[in-house]
Ligand binder design. Structure first.
Ligand SMILES: CC(C)(COP(=O)(O)OP(=O)(O)OC[C@H]1O[C@@H](n2cnc3c(N)ncnc32)[C@H](O)[C@@H]1OP(=O)(O)O)[C@@H](O)C(=O)NCCC(=O)NCCS
Length: 126
């Protein structure tokens, strides 16, 4: 059963200042994700940050909460599987919330252009 859906879109130019984006990255990314960010060229890092950011905002909308309580940026880690598909790994209290709410599947999809990042998320129970 569908628990919730969420989407988000971001103009990548809002992150074009790499120094300011690094500060945002420290707030929005997990330690693993920050490591990925730091090892990319500036333009690729900005796009990566934009994509991680829209995923996390879309996830927060799928929960119906926005970014608050357990549903915070640093409790969401988004990897890419061997085929490039984004996969959410919940951390800390978000993991507990998902267990309590019996959310068994999370579907995340991202699209980007040079101008925009967009993500759609579906959470499923049972
Ligand atoms: C819910 C949230 C993710 C919305 O994101 P946003 O980028 O501000 O705004 P968007 O235009 O993408 O989305 C707004 C829409 O989200 C929807 N929305 C609002 N609260 C929602 C909720 N709890 N659940 C699902 N959808 C929600 C509404 O449709 C809203 O449109 P409306 O205001 O016209 O009704 C936002 O409130 C939030 O929690 N942002 C966190 C931002 C933050 O912490 N930034 C600091 C970075 S370090």
């Amino acid at each position: 059963m569908i628990y919730g859906i969420g989407n988000d879109i971001l103009e990548i130019s809002r992150l074009s200042d790499y120094k300011r984006s690094t500060n945002l990255a420290l707030k929005v990314l997990t330690a693993y994700e920050y490591d990925v960010f730091k090892n990319l060229s500036e333009s690729k890092a900005i796009k990566y940050l934009a994509n991680q950011y829209v995923c996390k905002e879309a996830i927060s909308k799928a929960f119906g909460t926005g970014i608050r309580n357990e549903v915070i940026f640093t409790n969401m880690e988004i990897h890419r599987d061997s085929l490039g598909k984004p996969v959410l790994t919940p951390l800390g209290k978000l993991k507990e919330l998902m267990e309590n709410e019996q959310i068994t599947s999370t579907h995340v999809t991202i699209s980007d252009t040079n101008m925009h990042s967009l993500a759609t998320v579906v959470l499923e129970t049972g």
